[in-house]
Design a protein around this ligand. Sequence first.
Ligand SMILES: [Zn+2]
Length: 86
Amino acid sequence: MPSESYHTRGGAPGSSPAGLDTTVGDHDALRPYLGVYFRCANRYVKTFRSVDGSGYVARCPVCAKPVRFRVGPGGTAQRFFEVSCR
Ligand SMILES: [Zn+2]
């Protein structure tokens, strides 16, 4: 595991903060969403699937870092994730 520090905000587009890259299963055609708990903000965020259906992006309410979740076959059925930007 690389031990880089993630103190830069808003890095290159498409880069995932804190090395998060999660694939979630394609489930629930009706209002699909994920619950994401940001430990750094102590806040729970509900995020809906992007309009193109390719995934979800949750944004930290405090530091505004995006956390991406891809939708794909074989992805986890998990609907709740706990992340931290720090
Ligand atoms: Zn944060």
